[in-house]
Design a protein around this ligand. Structure first.
Ligand code: PEP
Length: 232
């Protein structure tokens, strides 16, 4: 069974979400599908869909004077199962460090949810050695937590760019991670489309899909194509 995660980022309003789920009807899909809408629509999705719920971020305390933040305890209360932590947009735009990300991961685990820890090199032209070095620096601190987490390999340069690595590149990174520790699942993310989804899902446990998950029919075709892998 593959894991397919839809990261909607800061997109969609209530009417669009209702329309989305009247169109999104994947056939023969045995994958675990996780939708990560903005916080404000998690409850709506919990009422509207049978799919697992994921949050795109969280804070690392349960409650208190942290204006504007959302705690893992609150997410658990909403029925959330997964929480994305350390997405490159959080690392870069909101300056989240590995130590902040680790505190979030610990809090998510404390509330019996599964962290989806994102990692990946920032530059496309980096050498193999430097790529693995950068990845090692990102995941090293999480070593003891990896086996309770989902890891998402997302080369930063591939996110939203329409450019993606080769299947061999992804395979090399998955092998490297497995040498460190085996996560609950290792997924690939970065410009996944219906044209390339199979090649990435063949060498991983699934996918993290951004842009292509915003259109229900595109995302449905991705979910359906993944099934063809097992049929082979
Ligand atoms: C993402 O949001 O993590 C992502 C991989 O986006 P995209 O699929 O659009 O590259």
């Amino acid at each position: 069974m593959k894991l397919i995660i839809a990261n909607w980022k800061m997109n969609k309003l209530e009417a669009e979400i209702k329309e989305y789920f009247s169109a999104f009807k994947p056939r023969n899909c045995n994958s675990e599908i996780v939708f990560c809408p903005p916080f404000t629509y998690l409850y709506l999705l919990s009422q509207l869909t049978p799919y697992k719920l994921g949050a795109q971020n969280c804070f690392y305390e349960d409650s208190g004077a942290f204006t504007g933040e959302i705690s893992p305890k609150m997410l658990k209360d909403l029925g959330v199962s997964y929480v994305i932590v350390g997405h490159s947009e959080r690392r870069n735009l909101f300056k989240e460090s590995n130590s902040v990300i680790k505190r979030k991961v610990l809090k998510v685990l404390e509330h019996d949810m599964i962290p989806i820890i994102c990692f990946g090199e920032s530059v496309r032209t980096v050498t193999r050695e430097n790529r693995l070095k950068e990845i090692r620096a990102q995941v090293r601190g999480f070593k003891s937590l990896i086996k309770r987490s989902v890891l998402a390999y997302e080369p930063v340069w591939a996110i939203g760019s329409g450019i993606s690595p080769t299947q061999d590149d992804v395979l090399e990174v998955t092998r490297y991670i497995l040498e460190i520790e085996k996560p609950l699942a290792l997924v690939y993310g970065g410009s996944v489309s219906e044209n390339n989804c199979k090649e990435f899902a063949e060498v991983t446990d699934g996918l993290l899909v951004g842009g292509a998950s915003l259109n229900p029919l595109n995302f449905q075709r991705i979910c359906e194509k993944i099934e063809e892998i097992r049929a082979v």
